[in-house]
Design a protein around this ligand. Structure first.
Ligand code: MTE
Ligand code: MO
Length: 339
């Protein structure tokens, strides 16, 4: 297949890659601080849930999804099913590219590291600790957690802060359903997510490239928005390790780094939680990280993006094209300050 990197990516000097896609040259002695339709029929859901829960790679296929051959080549396509209100009808990024061009610094800072090294990620058994401002703190097995909700498909744009984008067909469930089930206390104002800390499995965690474990967060109203999604699958299959198995966050109106992978803990908090990239470079990455073509990154414009698999660049849309759905969450806020 063709090299998915842009010419600009390829001409970057070598060095540590930040989530902004620029490579920084580290000098000796530097402190390394770089630094569609909604739900399917109940019957289909059952099949999907069972398949995922059993750890099978290929999930139940949808009816009317085209020839078996086409499916084998790329099991998820636009024509697969009627689109739901939150789905984009843009061309889906092929599985091959979505699973070989990744940011997952626990595996390393090159786009090709995660696909190469994620094979060893052990995603069963896997538990998720739920704590903080909730009525019932608990540790729940991933298969149990998954069984609480019917799986839904969502075809979302994803825009990395580095200036590239993809269209991802996720499988999962809305975050709002999970949060409601946990019964937040009246003090809960934010949700913090923590990724797995395990330097044995994550070679990248043996380097202080970032402060480990990777953490992210949302305001509670953002987390309750119907677009906010917990993904457990991609392209009709269980989520591959490199894309954040077994559980990752998807908030499509924000830059990609908010979409924390391989989550082991969800904590409801009263105060705004720390987030990994804002800790690493607070002048460059904020807590909100809403996609905003009008606010450049300190080192490059955010006005355009390269859609992986396409030539040239396209315009970046406010809130990544989800302004109608989410702009009201930020009414009255200065989005230049709250970047
Ligand atoms: N735990 C963890 N989650 C992470 C990252 C990471 O390094 N570690 N990188 C983020 C960044 S910068 C992006 S763009 C997306 C990439 O998701 P994808 O590989 O599924 O496209 O994951 C995000 N989630
Ligand atoms: Mo990113």
């Amino acid at each position: 297949m063709t090299d998915p990197r842009t010419p600009e990516d390829q001409t970057q000097p070598s060095g540590l890659q930040t989530p902004d896609g620029q490579r920084r040259i580290l000098t000796p002695g530097s402190d390394l601080n770089p630094r569609r339709e909604f739900m399917r029929s109940a019957a289909l859901f059952t099949g999907t849930v069972a398949a995922l829960g059993g750890g099978l790679e290929v999930l139940t296929r949808r009816p009317g999804a085209g020839s078996a051959e086409a499916q084998a080549a790329d099991p998820f396509s636009r024509a697969d099913r009627p689109l739901g209100p939150y789905d984009t009808d843009e061309k889906v990024t092929p599985y091959q590219q979505a699973t070989t061009y990744n940011n997952f610094y626990e595996f390393g800072t090159d786009k090709s590291d995660p696909a190469r090294l994620a094979r060893s990620l052990k995603t069963r058994p896997w538990t998720v600790r739920i704590d903080g401002e909730v009525r019932r703190p608990q540790t729940v097995d991933i298969d149990t957690l998954q069984s609480w909700f019917p799986l839904e498909d969502r075809v979302y744009r994803m825009r990395c802060v580095e200036g590239w984008s993809m269209v991802m067909p996720w499988l999962g469930f809305p975050l709002a359903g999970l949060i409601r089930r946990l019964e937040p206390t009246s003090k809960a104002k934010y949700v913090q997510f923590t990724a797995l800390l395990d330097p044995k499995q994550f070679p990248g965690q043996r380097q202080p490239v970032l402060k480990w474990p990777y953490v992210e967060g949302l305001r509670l109203d953002e987390a309750l928005h119907p677009l906010s999604f917990m993904a457990v699958g991609l392209h009709g299959r269980a989520l591959p390790g490199q894309n954040g198995a077994p559980l990752r966050l998807v908030v499509p109106w924000k830059y990609g780094f908010k979409n924390i992978k391989s989550i082991v803990r969800i904590t409801l908090t009263e105060k705004q939680p720390q987030t990994t990239w804002a800790l690493a470079a607070p002048q460059e990455y904020g807590f909100y990280a809403n996609v905003n073509p009008a606010v450049p990154h300190p080192r490059w414009s955010q006005a355009t993006e390269r859609r992986i698999g396409e030539l040239g660049r396209r315009k970046t849309l406010p809130f990544n094209g989800y302004a109608d759905e989410v702009a009201s969450l930020y009414r009255g806020m200065d989005l230049r300050k709250n970047f």
